[in-house]
Design a protein around this ligand. Structure first.
Ligand code: SER
Length: 461
């Protein structure tokens, strides 16, 4: 394992303090981060630092200041299956953000961002690359020449300014809502992190170019049909993932190796060497990282997400946000199974995680940690039996002639053994098998029809 010492001044709380001090000195007012789960909305977690600021960005409410900053807890789980295969995707993360609500412009935002990175964070200019919006003829938006000019003016050479299309550099909330062209700042982590392909540059899927900061020039409202209309004012919306910038400043391998994870990783290592381990089953196909590295990352990432969801009052359950937490705990439990760990083990990572995040917890949150650890242990315990039986069933499934596993088999697994179909699909994908989902819904409909019939018979209807 890599070194756990944090270079002076760059522990996660110190990074936040520097960010805060910098933007306060530039006239920004700090907003208290909103709860992770949107109050009154049990179906979604906060996914971006800008989300609680929507009424300001849309011009519907007057902000306390036209210059704002915050540290916001976010959780993005839609691509949880990507966690661990690269060094940068966390489900739960802290997002540092600064905003202009119709105040400063693109050039000011770019200048401040570069100044913080080069002066306060002492990054070397030669390691920085940026992307700009390449334009989109369908949307009628041209190449963002203004952003290019500002980066050039501030010394980023032309060859390190990469234009990317709407898919990468038109930031949206994933659906309707405020949006805009963006310019992302990447740190070149060096050849050792890269895929080695001559085409490797920002936007490549490998870990060489790490996006640390997204500057969104938020000028439009996007509607359900994809059309855009100008917002009442031109905003700046920026987001810097704390875990990513910490991985750079602390000189560690990935966003999972930073100070906030180290105590939990140490505890996991102890568990792995404590005899709490059966023969590991790591016979997955080769990934960009080893299955063991991936498993460790998934475990600490998902337990951390479950901890912060719990602190926001979201416990594992069947629906909405609660089902997300359940899914994360189950995915983590399964990775522990792969490592050969006797379960439950996840709960023992909760206290080390909470201790590492002490600077970010409120007093009343600290008091909840041991209860949440017990809750995670209960959830894991309930799943252990289902997991073992489900994995056994999956191990014996053979693909049909088209090389697919029929979806109805996953339905049977769910109906009879309670094993979640999405997790089953992931397990199969690791064996290189894909699922033909077309037979899943019919099997579910048939199951419901039979249940209705037998209920009707039972009640003599
Ligand atoms: N909204 C942008 C993001 O989430 C910048 O804050 O990346």
């Amino acid at each position: 394992m890599e070194s756990t010492s944090v270079p002076h001044g760059y522990s996660s709380p110190e990074i936040v303090a520097r960010y805060r001090a910098f933007f306060q000195a530039h006239g920004h007012t700090e907003l208290v981060g909103s709860p992770l789960a949107v109050p009154g909305n049990s179906t979604s977690f906060v996914i971006a630092g800008m989300q609680p600021l929507l009424p300001y960005l849309r011009g519907q409410q007057l902000p306390p200041s036209t210059r704002l900053l915050s540290l916001q807890r976010c959780l993005r789980s839609d691509d949880a299956d990507a966690v661990g295969s690269n060094g940068r995707k966390n489900t739960f993360f802290f997002m540092l953000g600064n905003w202009s609500i119709g105040d400063y412009n693109k050039g000011d935002a770019i200048e401040m961002a570069l100044s913080l990175l080069l002066e306060d964070f002492a990054l070397h200019q030669s390691t920085l690359w940026v992307t700009v919006f390449a334009g989109d003829s369908e949307l009628g938006i041209p190449l963002d020449e203004t952003a290019v000019e500002h980066w050039l003016r501030l010394g980023i050479p032309y060859e390190r300014i990469v234009p990317l299309g709407a898919e990468d550099n038109l930031w949206t909330m994933g659906g309707p809502g405020p949006c805009g062209p963006c310019s992302e700042i990447y740190v070149d982590r060096g050849l050792a992190f890269g895929c080695g392909l001559p085409t490797c540059r920002p936007g490549c899927a490998c870990d060489r170019f790490l996006e640390v900061w997204n500057l969104v020039f938020m000028e439009y409202e996007r509607f359900t049909d994809g059309s855009l209309a100008p917002l009442p004012q031109r905003n700046i919306d920026t987001g810097m993932g704390l875990e990513r910038i910490a991985s750079v400043l602390q000189g560690v391998e990935s966003a999972f190796s930073i100070d906030l994870y180290q105590p939990a990783l140490s505890r996991l290592n102890e568990q792995l060497s404590e005899g709490n381990r059966q023969r590991p089953d790591l016979s997955m196909p080769v990934l960009p990282v080893t299955p063991e590295v991936r498993a460790r990352r998934v475990i600490v990432d998902h337990v951390r997400a479950a901890l912060f969801a719990g602190l926001a009052g979201v416990l594992p359950g069947r629906d909405g946000c609660a089902s997300v937490v359940r899914r994360l705990i189950r995915r983590a439990a399964r990775q522990g199974h792969l490592l050969g760990l006797q379960q439950p083990f996840l709960n023992e990572l909760v206290v080390p995680l909470a201790q590492a995040h002490d600077a970010f917890l409120r007093v009343e949150e600290r008091a909840q940690v041991s209860t949440l650890a017990r809750m995670i242990a209960d959830e894991e315990r309930r799943f252990t039996y289902v997991l073992a039986r489900g994995l056994q069933y999956l191990a014996h499934l053979e693909p049909d002639q088209q090389g697919h596993i029929p979806g109805e088999r996953l339905f049977v697994l769910h109906a009879e053994k309670g094993f979640p179909p999405d997790l089953a699909a992931e397990v199969l994908a690791e064996r290189g098998l894909s699922v033909d989902w077309s037979s899943y819904e019919p099997a579910l409909a048939e199951h419901r029809r039979i249940s209705r019939l037998s209920a009707a018979r039972h009640f003599g209807l």
